[in-house]
Design a binder for this molecule. Structure first.
Ligand code: UD1
Ligand code: CA
Length: 462
């Protein structure tokens, strides 16, 4: 079976310059979820119909699908399907047609609908015109209403909200925008239906009416839950869809041995991977391709993006780790900032208001308060005291700092790069170090301390 995803519409109700299907849910464009559900539902041959800002949609979706252009993105959903006719017209099979704004569809549903068609053919010996995903909503406003033969799952027609009589509007069963149509019948129908007199659009749902009148049976297939068929037409529906996707993902991890406290406040994106016994506190965001190994705890308010966190790590509150690696047993935070291409080694401790960029922090290093380490290689067991700064930038270029194993860098030292400190170096607090220091040396750079007896009090009493 092939699939056509409709994504050409203007998305007027979104009030956005950006195509609706490119708006994000948990860091991924809405259409990514639809493509994913179709693929995981076992359908690999996919076409996406683009129209409004076609280039942008194609660029974001990438090359793994075929694209077809609907030249008039106001033409309606049937016109969108017709735009992709070269993709499917020669198949003697069913075609999955799915709205690009239905991100909550489950892969299992795509599979189950295929199974349903197979069963009907196998046991009832009936070739259906199609099967359509439907659901009963307490508020069906905005959706196409499904008119059925009473007491059966046979669909008579689908009436769009704008065309519906008050009586039809009271029907609570709605069209979920996921269809499997038998291609020869669909082809016939699409060439016969006429645009709506009210909107000028060619409705895909009018193909249903046509097929039924021709005697091609169309059945409804119940969604697993009403939210599955949510069509995202407004920003608020986007927020709603996102919170559902979010909680489902967290439930998935919970079932795999991850504890998440206050899940409604936690953000875990779809590409994140978590091992058993990870514990996540409120207001945490795990973004991009982050991986977290077992027994690690991420405390309140921390953000971790595209980073790999080892086993038994503690990330204390309000830390931000991006494009970096934290190895097992390390402690980060509270209030640490770990920037790109940093490795925090095993059992290292990075504390409050420490910023690290493009640096290797080796095993057992302690940098517990108020420091900036950039473009540096810090050896094993080094102590970086409060206020240490690597001056890595001279206004034009970035330079590197090497600190040997077991060195001690005292408080408020300024290390002017390029610079190399040997193993077991001792840098006295408050020093400005602008020359390499050999292994085992003590370096001190301070002006002489003067103590003028009584002078302070005098000054203050003036
Ligand atoms: C559509 C269905 C409605 C169903 C609902 C489910 C029709 C006529 N109506 O209504 O019965 O209950 O979905 O969510 O199909 N699109 C195009 N080209 C167009 C118009 C739309 O590609 O010319 C795309 C849109 O980008 C969108 C999808 O088709 O992804 C659905 O279009 P939309 O306008 O949102 O249809 P609804 O009014 O929600
Ligand atoms: Ca819609």
């Amino acid at each position: 079976m092939k699939a056509v995803i409709l994504a050409a519409g203007l998305g007027t109700r979104f009030k956005s310059e950006k195509p609706k299907v490119l708006h994000h849910i948990l860091g991924k464009p809405m259409i990514w979820y639809v493509i994913n559900a179709v693929r995981k539902g076992g359908i690999k041959d996919i076409a996406v119909v683009v129209g409004y800002k076609a280039e942008e949609v194609m660029e974001t979706v990438g090359e793994e699908v075929n694209f077809y252009l609907q030249s008039n993105p106001k033409g309606g959903t049937a016109e969108a399907v017709l735009a992709s006719i070269d993709f499917w017209r020669n198949e003697e099979d069913y075609l999955l047609v799915i709205n690009g704004d239905s991100p909550l569809i489950k892969p299992e549903t795509v599979k189950n609908m295929q199974r349903f068609l197979f069963m009907v053919e196998e046991y009832e010996k009936v070739k259906l015109g199609g099967v359509i995903l439907t659901s009963f909503l307490s508020d069906p406003t905005g959706y196409g209403r499904v008119v059925k033969e009473e007491g059966t799952d046979r669909i008579v027609k689908i009436v769009e909200e704008k065309e519906a009589s008050p009586e039809e509007k009271s029907i609570r069963e709605v069209n979920g925008g996921v269809y499997m149509f038998y291609i020869p019948y669909l082809l016939e129908a699409l060439f016969k239906i006429k645009p709506s007199e009210k909107t000028g659009e060619l409705y895909l749902t009018d193909a249903v009416d046509y097929m039924v009148r021709k005697g091609y049976e169309i059945r409804s297939f119940q969604a697993s839950e009403p939210t599955e068929i949510l069509g995202v037409n407004t920003r608020w529906e986007l927020s709603f869809a996102e919170s559902i996707v979010k909680l489902k993902l967290i439930k998935y991890w919970a079932e795999r041995g991850v504890t998440v406290h206050s899940p409604e406040t936690v953000w875990i994106e779809p590409d994140v991977e978590l091992e058993e016994n990870v514990e996540i506190f409120p207001d945490v965001m795990l973004k991009g391709k982050t991986r977290i190994a077992k027994n690690t705890v991420i405390h309140k308010g921390s953000i971790i993006e595209n980073s790999v966190i080892g086993e038994n790590v503690n990330v204390y509150p309000f830390s931000y780790i991006k494009d970096s690696k934290v190895e097992k047993g390390a402690v980060v935070g509270p209030f640490s900032r770990i920037r790109e291409q940093t490795v925090v080694g095993e059992k290292a401790e990075v504390g409050n208001f420490v910023e690290i960029k493009k640096s290797i922090i080796s095993r057992g290093v302690k940098a517990k308060h108020l420091a900036y380490i950039g473009d540096a290689h810090v050896g094993k067991q080094v102590n970086i005291s409060a206020g240490v700064v690597t001056a890595n930038y001279d206004g034009k270029e970035k330079h590197k700092t090497f600190i040997g194993d077991n060195a001690f860098v005292g408080s408020n030292s300024l290390l002017i790069a390029p610079l190399s400190l040997g193993d077991f170096c001792y840098i006295a607090g408050g020093s400005v170090i602008s020359k390499d220091i050999p292994s085992g040396a003590l370096a001190i750079e301070r002006s002489r301390l003067r103590i003028l007896e009584g002078k302070g009090k005098k000054k203050l009493e003036k």
